[in-house]
Write a protein that binds this ligand. Sequence first.
Ligand SMILES: Nc1ncnc2c1ncn2[C@@H]1O[C@H](COP(=O)(O)OP(=O)(O)O)[C@@H](O)[C@H]1O
Ligand SMILES: [Mg+2]
Length: 160
Amino acid sequence: MKEPGSKDNTYTVDKSGSSALITQSFNVKAEDFAAAGEVSGKIKNLLKQLGVDPALVRRVAIASYEAELNLVIHSWGGQLIFQVDPEKIRIITEDKGPGIPDIELAMKEGYSTASDLARELGFGAGMGLPNIQRCADKLDIRSEVGQGTILEIEFNLAHK
Ligand SMILES: Nc1ncnc2c1ncn2[C@@H]1O[C@H](COP(=O)(O)OP(=O)(O)O)[C@@H](O)[C@H]1O
Ligand SMILES: [Mg+2]
């Protein structure tokens, strides 16, 4: 199944018996500040349509926005992958870029290496990664300096 009007992302509903029900993958361009937030906006709308609890939609929207913005601001470009299975919502980013030399330092509130341009546009408060951590049930960051960064963010779906 393909989302109408979409060119740069794939949208599949998995009927093969694997547990991922939805996998959607988006390209995020470096320094495309005009488009920044579009991907997380789409994810937010989709989760609303799926009837996900509004508080959880908000947490996923904040985390995916911050992860998307980090690709725009800090990477050379990458992919944001959105997955839903019966247990979890997952946001995964994979980028090519400078990587994060000290992840513990990068997680500190207020720490930012954002460019002057990004700061002029109002980004670079150094709150993105701490916000993702707060919103998520699980956050895993892997990074290789000079190669890129992978973020895996998980949210548990509550079952009644
Ligand atoms: N995808 C990434 N690639 C390289 N560095 C990153 C990436 N994401 C985050 N960082 C590093 O971690 C720092 C903190 O990120 P964050 O908390 O989102 O703050 P901000 O984006 O406002 O700088 C960034 O300034 C940057 O040094
Ligand atoms: Mg950020």
